[in-house]
Design a protein around this ligand. Structure first.
Ligand code: HEM
Length: 277
């Protein structure tokens, strides 16, 4: 982008490559396959709610694609997670069968791609819409870690904040009783804005002392697998942007930007920017 070879759309030129490249390196799948799996994971996470057949086709295609690496029908990178797990599986106490292992890989392919990308895009978008916050991290890059955490707390990843749970017993709450065997969607977005935990919750304040106590990555045994990776990727991107393009700003009125409004995820589909050479 700096060399002017690609349009100054930060999303297409930079951000989309970051998360998908990381996924390839972690799993040990060829970089050129991004053009194969990115469209599937895009459909799975950002298709409109009425495209159930499309989502089904894309999930199956992603599943079969990953299974081919596990069974050796596709050649992966030897030191990637897939090959290392398969090659060492016999030594493990409770090895996963192929189907369960592909289930885990699917989570990494989907979550590591578009989940991280959606939050990263909205972090950059929020900072460029609030020039005083952008100026603050340009002046003090050491604050990027806490700024990232505060943005993650406040920015909903999409429409659903957690996977559903099923109650194994009756649960009495302050506003009523939930019967056993009910499907429950906890609203973590609301919890992340609880004024008793985060005073003035809508203020982006990297000086909060309890910034990490949000629930943006869920809770319990099925909480997100990738918080460390997501935090690292967003911080690295912000560090690179403030040092290489400190004058970065949006090159459009924020209300005119095109948004992806998917079943699961929401984010700007473009981030047109300008910066001084
Ligand atoms: C800022 C970025 C991300 C956010 C906000 C996020 C958020 C979430 C949330 C809310 C859940 C459901 C947790 C629950 O219901 O308790 C989840 C699950 C999951 N996430 Fe993430 N995620 C992000 C990035 C990632 C990354 C980078 C990866 C890949 C390494 C990933 C992989 C997964 C997997 C595999 C699950 C399912 C875990 C399970 O069911 O046991 N996520 N994520």
């Amino acid at each position: 982008m700096l060399e002017g070879k690609r349009a100054p759309d930060l999303s297409a030129s930079v951000l989309e490559d970051v998360t998908s490249t990381a996924v390839c390196h972690i799993l040990g799948i060829p970089l050129q396959d991004r053009s194969t799996f990115q469209p599937w994971s895009r459909i799975v996470q950002i298709a409109p709610p009425d495209d159930v057949p499309g989502i089904e086709v894309a999930v199956k295609a992603s599943y079969n694609y990953l299974m081919e690496f596990v069974t050796g029908h596709r050649k992966g990178v030897p030191d990637g997670f897939i090959r290392r797990y398969v090659d060492n599986r016999a030594k493990m106490q409770e090895p996963l069968g192929n189907a369960d292992f592909v289930g885990v890989l699917l989570g990494i392919l989907l979550g590591g791609g578009h989940n991280a990308l959606s939050v990263m895009t909205k972090c950059v978008y929020a900072l460029l819409c609030a020039p005083s916050l952008w100026a603050r991290i340009v002046r003090q890059p050491s604050e990027i870690g806490t700024m990232t955490e505060e943005l993650i707390r406040l920015i909903p990843i999409g429409k659903l904040s957690t996977f559903p749970r099923i109650t194994t017993r009756e649960v009495v709450t302050s506003v009523g009783t939930i019967p056993k065997d009910s499907v429950v969607y906890a609203n973590a977005f609301l919890a992340n804005r609880d004024p008793e935990v985060f005073p003035e919750p809508l203020t982006i304040d990297p000086d909060r002392i309890n910034t990490k106590s949000h629930l943006q990555f869920g809770y319990g045994i099925h909480s997100c697998m990738g918080p460390a990776l997501a935090r690292l990727e967003i911080s690295i991107v912000l560090n690179a942007l403030v040092s290489m393009t400190p004058s970065l700003r949006l090159n459009a009125d924020p209300v005119t930007l095109r948004w992806i409004n998917g079943t699961v995820l929401r984010r700007p589909d473009e981030l047109p920017v300008r910066f001084d050479a």
